[in-house]
Design a protein around this ligand. Structure first.
Ligand SMILES: Nc1nc2c(c(=O)[nH]1)N[C@H]1C(S)=C(S)[C@@H](COP(=O)(O)O)O[C@H]1N2
Ligand SMILES: [Mo]
Length: 299
């Protein structure tokens, strides 16, 4: 299906929500392998969404643009063995196994708010490790300023990567190095005490809770340190609507809709909208990263 800009609107989101409700909660993919994570003071005390909500209302365009497509079609992704290439401006470039980057014994539980640019939100209990611990394994060189990430490119496993999708695959994202090293930024390999379901970005995905969800790239195969701001998928698609920074900001509207409020998934269609918080509620921790920057210009 060819992607149209008008597909990505709160209205489209509402329509796919109705499909979701009609379809009911599907079973989750992936083994229900018991994992535990050390509790973290960085977790929110808000009530997490249900496993059913977290695994059946997804954005993962590699498997289609509908919210239930990832749950339906991501079973074709083979997540083991899986390695991540870490290269560019690092002292120890190489191919690292997921189990070396995020050993089960090192996992922390991070219950984070997730705010999608489409103006819906969830609370998700991730299991993961600080991205800084992974980058330090490779050793950033002094000149490195940015970190670029890539998702797997394989149309045989990812049906949405077929021709005509309108996206220049693989999905790419990036962070400034100081954002990447921030303690809130994690690589997740699990959620709700189990291995990450494919639809949530197995086997390893980024989670940056103060930015719009599209920054939190799934199923990562490459991490590259560089001294130049890397091209990123949504900015390449529509730079007037999606920027490199993509910090959650209720004062800077999307050109086609307001970002002042959000709909919490699971609150029900009559649940009412909540106010969106600056930096998605993480301002105390991250506002300092952007002091002196015009956030309306660097959206
Ligand atoms: N590779 C890849 N990563 C992706 C996406 C995608 O389409 N492809 N969608 C993003 C968007 S828009 C959101 S909101 C989150 C959703 O994560 P979740 O499905 O685990 O809640 O994943 C992000 N990561
Ligand atoms: Mo999103």
């Amino acid at each position: 299906m060819k992607l149209k800009w008008s597909d990505v609107t709160p209205e489209a989101d509402y329509l796919s929500r109705r499909v979701f409700l009609a379809a009911g909660a599907a079973s989750i993919a992936g083994p229900a392998l018991g994992l535990t994570g050390k509790p973290s003071g960085l977790s929110t005390d808000e009530k997490p969404n249900s496993l059913e909500e977290i695994t059946n209302y997804n954005n993962f365009y590699e498997f289609g643009t509908g919210k239930t497509d990832p749950a339906q079609f991501s079973g074709s992704l083979k997540t083991s063995p899986w390695s991540v290439r870490i290269d560019g401006m690092v002292e120890r470039p190489g191919s690292y196994g997921v189990e070396d980057l995020a050993p089960d014994a090192a996992l922390e539980e991070r219950i984070y708010r997730l705010r999608c640019v489409e103006a819906w939100s969830m609370v998700i209990p991730w299991l993961g490790v600080p991205l800084s611990s992974v980058l330090n394994k490779a050793g950033p060189q002094p000149g490195a300023k940015y970190v670029a990430f890539q998702t797997l490119l394989d149309p045989d496993q990812m049906r949405g990567q077929g021709r005509g999708s309108g996206i220049d695959w693989p999905y790419r994202e990036g962070l400034r190095l100081d954002e990447a090293m921030h303690p809130l930024t994690i690589l997740a390999t699990g959620l709700y005490g189990q291995v990450l379901p494919n639809q949530n970005g197995a086997p390893i995905r980024l989670v940056v809770p103060w930015k719009y969800g599209f920054k939190s790239i799934k199923s990562i195969v490459a991490i590259t340190l560089t001294d130049k701001q890397p091209p990123t998928t949504w900015q390449m698609l529509q730079p007037s609507e999606y920027g490199f920074y993509a910090n959650v900001n209720p004062q800077v509207d999307h050109p086609r809709w307001s970002q002042a409020t959000e709909r919490r998934i699971g609150a029900g269609l009559l649940g009412g909208r909540e106010e969106t918080l600056m930096f998605n509620g993480y301002a105390d921790q991250v506002a300092g990263l952007y002091s002196g920057m015009d956030l309306a210009r660097h959206y």
